[in-house]
Design a protein around this ligand. Structure first.
Ligand code: SIN
Length: 477
């Protein structure tokens, strides 16, 4: 095997906001290499619509904390949420120093509101194209010590004397060995494991598998969030919750408000709304009659609907896989329990989201904890080591069939028999030492799905998923 070798102080796997926030804040004396599986812009952060929640303009961060805790049904870690909301108060001005410009109107910042937020505190840019705007400015601000390499699939992390010292990867089809003094996993969530998702298709839980292989602890992998409103068309597209914050209502074909029973109506916590919509028979629409200046405020949605011939006044929606709350267990500065390995953003379980993330807290998490990782990271000596991880020896057809199976159980109501069937089918696969990029990629996806499947089955108290126990009375405004 001919090896190309890259050397860097810090290897960051991912190019979304968690990766970029980390890279922007490490000392300029350290070299940083960011790698993306596809194009650098093919991330969930780039797709983000609603925005970034911050109590920047509030007197304290207390109300933001309360909403975060309430949305998660009090399952988030109080101390970590304190960090998120308190340090998050500075996020908006910090990003603006890097050239991001959040939307304003005649009264100042034009703040949005989303599910389970009692206040308008969501900063957005370019209307519903927040991710694209924020990421463009922040990537442009990356200093000279930071490089980005695209189309790099990390096959495995490599370890020496109990420490992560780099990665074996494919750059396009060729092997690439990356020696690093520290590795940060910022690979995002798991949505790309299924077709019906708001996520970029490249986001398939790779970081979970890489961390697991080198012994890092994973936690709460069964905690998966479904977004209530993806466009109910052939291709899934997110319809931002901010549209409901601006006055849109979820209605049945007769115009009845399907969330009328809840004190927060269509702005109830995301898990509650997604569950109600999933349990209903028949189509659901977003009635946008009450939304003023819709085209101006939601340009991305307007152009998508125009292209698809959808009437903007009555948008058909259905829930889809959106966010992974579980992940690699980290401390308050992204350290995993493996020397030299850090994790940040959606792939990490920093304790801030519990069983249900509050809307627009995810980009905030990336920023706050990315900075913390950058401040805490310890770069030690690099070393050469290789990986002997093999790949499943499967044909594209077998892989497609297994992915289809994943789509059947990775739903808001996972079926245990389907999960067991998937686990049995993958358990009997044979392995090959002749690893190609395609086999590596398929293996990462199947192993990520296996980890999640096992976690769902192992969960002692399965009722965490049974959100029917969470009634309107647990939510107050
Ligand atoms: C949305 O815009 O509805 C998604 C925002 C989020 O996931 O926080």
């Amino acid at each position: 095997m001919s090896l190309q070798i890259e050397k860097t102080d810090i290897l960051i796997i991912g190019t979304g906001l968690a990766a970029v926030a980390t890279a922007l804040h490490v000392p300029s004396s350290l070299s940083v290499l960011l790698v993306s599986k596809g194009e650098a812009t093919s991330t969930n952060s780039d797709l983000a619509q609603g925005g970034i929640a911050s109590s920047y303009l509030e007197e304290t961060s207390e109300a933001h904390k309360e909403d975060t805790m309430l949305a998660s049904n009090q399952t988030s870690c109080s101390e970590r949420v304190d960090i998120l909301v308190e340090e998050g108060r500075r996020a908006i001005e910090e990003m603006e120093r890097f050239g991001v410009r959040f939307d304003r109107d005649e009264d100042g910042y034009a703040l949005g509101r989303e599910g389970a937020h009692r206040l308008h505190r969501i900063f957005h840019a370019g209307g519903d194209e927040t991710g694209r705007h924020v990421m463009r400015h922040l990537r442009q601000s990356l200093p000279d010590n930071v490089n980005i390499l695209e189309h790099v699939l990390v096959h495995d992390l490599v370890m020496k004397e109990g420490r992560v010292v780099g990665a074996m990867a494919f750059q396009k089809e060729k092997w690439l060995h990356i020696e690093a003094g520290a590795v940060v996993l910022a690979t995002g969530g798991i949505g790309g494991l299924v077709d019906w998702t708001s996520n970029a298709q490249t986001v398939t839980g790779d970081g979970l598998v890489l961390a697991n292989r080198c012994g890092a602890k994973l936690t709460n992998l069964q905690r998966i969030q479904f977004h209530p409103t993806l466009l109910a068309t052939e291709e899934p597209h997110l319809v931002t919750e901010a549209l409901r914050g601006a006055g849109a209502k979820l209605v049945d074909p007769y115009g009845n408000d399907v969330m009328a029973h809840h004190p927060l109506g269509s702005l109830a916590p995301r898990d509650v709304v997604a569950r109600v919509l999933t349990d209903r028979v028949g189509p659901i629409f977003l009635d946008t009659i009450g939304v003023t200046r819709l085209r101006e405020r939601f340009p991305k949605l307007a152009s998508t609907c125009d292209k698809l011939g959808i009437d903007l006044r009555q948008i058909p929606v259905r829930p889809g896989l959106h966010f992974h709350m579980g992940g690699i267990e980290v401390d308050d500065a992204g350290r995993t329990d493996v020397d030299g390995l850090y994790a940040v953003g959606e792939v990490a379980e920093a304790g801030v989201h519990g069983t249900n993330r509050l809307a627009s807290n995810s980009l905030l998490e990336c920023w706050v904890f990315g900075k913390r990782v950058a401040e805490a990271i310890q770069v030690k000596g690099r070393g050469f080591a290789t990986s002997d991880v093999m790949a499943y020896d499967i044909s594209p057809d077998t892989f497609r069939a297994l992915r289809h199976q994943i789509g059947k159980w990775l739903t808001i109501s996972p079926n245990h028999d389907e999960i067991k069937c998937f686990l049995q089918n993958t358990q009997t696969l044979t392995m090959t030492k002749h690893v190609t990029r395609q086999l590596s990629e398929q293996t990462l996806q199947l192993d990520a799905a296996r980890l999640i499947a096992q976690s769902i089955l192992e969960m002692e108290r399965y009722d965490e998923h049974d959100l029917s126990t969470r009634t309107a009375t647990t939510v107050s405004d």
